[in-house]
Design a protein around this ligand. Structure first.
Ligand code: GLN
Length: 216
């Protein structure tokens, strides 16, 4: 790994420190800062991930919203695509929101032909599936495991069109899944980082701690 990595922001622990796992936020493009802030407010050690060396230092990763086609291209130019694909295959916990969900989905409809993804959650998503005319909308949804509804913000959101048998749907809007989980992969078609409600990030941190805990 590159030894000359410049000191990057928000680094407080590495992969060796199991008591306090480092949560990376992919910081190539998009809404990564709000995610990092929310995670920090919850007491997590965070790191912005832009290089393979950054990735090697984290125990979990958030893929933010933004533009999945651009992020796919930037992952290639940053030489991050292959190392990230291997970390995901090894089971590193990951939380993808909006464009991040698209990057994690097994099947992408209306994607650009050259757009690449990781295929680690068995769902099919349609890019901009709520219609381009509805750029953004907000709603309250009931989330499994939370005792009050969660306010969700959709921005040119992907629409889930198929969910595999191993995928747990944690929230729906109008009968369409908007929050789902398969093992260590959590995806949301909306932007939880744009509200003050930190409960979904807390849910992800629980997943991270469970996966980092030493085997009994
Ligand atoms: N429509 C975007 C895409 O295809 C996702 C929008 C978002 O992340 N807010 O990547």
């Amino acid at each position: 790994m590159a030894p000359s990595r410049p000191a990057s922001s928000g680094t407080t622990s590495g992969r060796a420190d199991r008591a306090r796992p480092a949560v990376g936020v992919l910081a190539l493009q998009g809404a990564f800062q709000a995610h990092q802030q929310t995670l920090e407010q919850l007491g997590a050690a965070t790191r912005q991930v832009r290089t393979p060396a950054d990735l090697a230092e984290v125990d979990a990763l958030v893929l933010p919203g933004g533009e999945s086609t651009t992020m796919s291209r930037l992952l290639d130019t940053a030489k991050l695509f292959e190392p990230l694909a291997s970390r995901l295959d090894e089971g590193m916990p990951v939380f993808g929101t909006c464009a991040g969900m698209i990057l994690l989905a097994r099947e992408v409809l209306d994607g650009r032909p050259d757009q690449r993804g990781f295929g680690v959650i068995d769902i099919a998503v349609r890019r901009n599936g709520y219609g381009r005319q509805i750029d953004s909308f907000e709603h309250e949804v009931v989330v499994q495991g939370l005792d009050t509804p969660f306010h969700v913000v959709f921005i040119r959101a992907p629409k889930v069109e198929r969910v595999g048998a191993d995928v747990e749907v944690l929230a729906e809007h109008d009968g369409v899944p908007v929050l789902a989980r398969q093992g260590g992969v959590l995806v949301a078609s909306f932007h939880p980082e744009l509200t003050d409600d930190r409960r979904l990030h807390a849910m992800f941190l629980d997943m991270v701690h469970t996966s980092a805990a030493p085997a009994a």
